[in-house]
Design a protein around this ligand. Structure first.
Ligand SMILES: [Zn+2]
Length: 487
């Protein structure tokens, strides 16, 4: 190995794909980058991870961290009419309007702590809280975005801050005052603020992204393993961003090679409003305007025709499914079988954080289709060999596909990638007794979060024995915030 002082981690089993290897160490350099795997003399100084299996860190491609504060508070009937996404949204807004910058930090840190404890090492934060509660911009228009980035840095996660463009309530819809914190009415304002955020994040990517950091390095570090925070473009939806604005923002993202994320076809009402305004569905609109690309991730993409699936496939665009949230909101079922058949890459997100467990999201991709079609092994393919082919596919959605979607440096345990990984206790009751051959299926379909023991990001252990060093403080601060918000 070229580095004289590799840091190595020696678990009982390691998943470099497509199978587990026994007694192989993960070898890293001191910058936290993987240099290879090895055994024997090379692992003399290894950190021993006895009784544990090591897997690539999970990548959560869609999060609204602040929504952690409404967990448990929306699971009841609010009106005489049917409760839906739209009634839930009004409750979510009532919380969003009341958070101070420090509250945003505390709520985000809680969400990110829970992510870390479940094996997530990178997150794509779809961030739309920009202004003060009265809708007036803060002196620093990225104050709240930077509070979220600070929270991720303090927990130890990598973060893509997908800064949201939000212009209006909807087509022929009156302004909703509860959206005042989100709105930047013109693309020039949005792009100016985004560029400012980009330059500030680039200055601090190789530091730990602390608030008020005076780090003055101006260039992106050459080693991407040291990149901890970066920006992306996120027009909220066709509902919230009119076409001219949308073109401006997406073309900027494409020129800069940034990830472009957008809510697409989450609700039928959004699709019918788009057809009314433009005569085309959201996917058809994006395709005909040339706005889809490999950088584009359509979040949800539930209510789509097979023609729309092909349009996404032709453009090389991705889909981010959030099935735990989608079932909680009654959104519908992502047609993942159709996407995979057409070669559309599918990432995963924990979205509203009603639960944070990306492996649960992974298994739901398959389970929701089983319920819909009343058959098993829906995501199997005729080319599959081995009992864990579906699990491999689902794990890829929770790892490498997420990394591709948000442009994170991790996702697999290959040389040149950062040492972002988690370990699971092979004696945890949820997976005990699995053989090497069926371990991956046991992990993807059955793992309890309590089995997650170590989480390492860029070679640094942020969770050890199932605990984070700041856990008590983060939880106490969050409890105080909840008391303040809800009494
Ligand atoms: Zn969302």
């Amino acid at each position: 190995m070229s580095d004289p002082n590799p840091t190595s981690w020696l678990p009982e089993l390691i998943y470099t794909g497509p199978a587990f290897q026994r007694d192989h160490a993960l070898l890293c350099d001191q910058a936290g980058q993987i240099v290879g795997t090895g055994s024997g003399v090379e692992v003399e100084s290894a950190v021993l991870l006895k009784g544990r299996a090591l897997l690539p860190g999970l990548v959560n491609a869609h999060s609204h961290a602040f929504q952690r504060v409404i967990r448990g508070r929306t699971e009841h009937r609010t009106a005489h009419n049917k409760d839906s996404f739209w009634t839930w949204r009004e409750m979510m807004y009532s919380a969003a309007t009341r958070l101070t910058p420090e509250d945003v930090y505390d709520a985000s840190r809680m969400a990110f702590l829970e992510m870390a404890l479940s094996g997530i090492t990178s997150v794509g934060e779809f961030h739309y809280l920009q202004h003060g509660p009265d809708g007036v911009a803060y002196d620093d228009p990225n104050l709240l975005a930077k509070e979220v980035v600070r929270a991720a840095g303090d927990v130890g996660l990598r973060i893509a801050l997908l800064r949201v463009a939000y212009a209006r309530s909807g087509y022929e819809t009156n302004v909703n005052p509860l959206q005042a914190r989100f709105i930047e009415a013109d693309p020039e304002t949005y792009l100016r603020n985004l560029e400012q955020l980009q330059s500030e994040l680039n200055q601090s990517v190789s530091s730990t992204v602390k608030s008020g950091s005076s780090d003055s390095r101006s260039a992106l570090p050459e080693v991407r393993a040291t990149t901890f925070a970066w920006a992306g473009v996120a027009p909220h939806s066709v509902r919230a961003v009119p076409l001219d604005y949308l073109r401006h923002v997406i073309q900027f993202g494409n020129r800069q090679n940034l990830p472009v994320h957008m809510h697409v076809a989450e609700q039928l009402a959004e699709v019918s409003a788009c057809i009314k305004e433009y005569g085309r569905s959201p996917v058809a609109l994006l395709a005909s305007e040339g706005l889809l690309s490999e950088r584009f991730t359509a979040v949800h993409a539930i209510h789509v025709t097979s023609k729309a699936v092909r349009m996404l496939a032709d453009a090389g665009a991705m889909v981010c499914a959030c099935p735990t949230t989608e079932r909680n909101l009654g959104d519908g079922i992502v047609p993942v079988d159709g996407y995979l058949q057409q070669g559309v890459r599918v990432a995963l997100g924990t979205d509203s954080h009603v639960e944070i467990n990306l492996l649960e999201d992974a298994r739901e991709l398959e389970y929701h289709l089983r319920l819909q079609k009343r058959e098993r092994a829906v995501l199997a393919s005729t080319e599959d060999n081995g009992v864990s082919a579906i699990a491999e596919r689902l794990l890829a959605s929770a790892t490498i596909r997420g990394a591709e979607s948000i442009n994170a440096p991790g996702g697999t345990l290959e040389p040149g990638r950062p040492a972002d990984f988690f370990t699971v206790d092979l004696n945890d009751p949820s997976i005990a007794g699995a053989s090497e051959g069926d371990l991956l299926s046991s992990i993807v379909f059955s793992l309890s979060k309590t089995a997650v023991k170590d989480v390492v990001v860029g070679g640094k252990r942020i969770v050890e024995n199932g605990r984070h060093s700041e856990q008590e403080e983060i939880v106490e601060r969050f409890k105080a915030l909840q008391k303040k918000l809800w009494g």
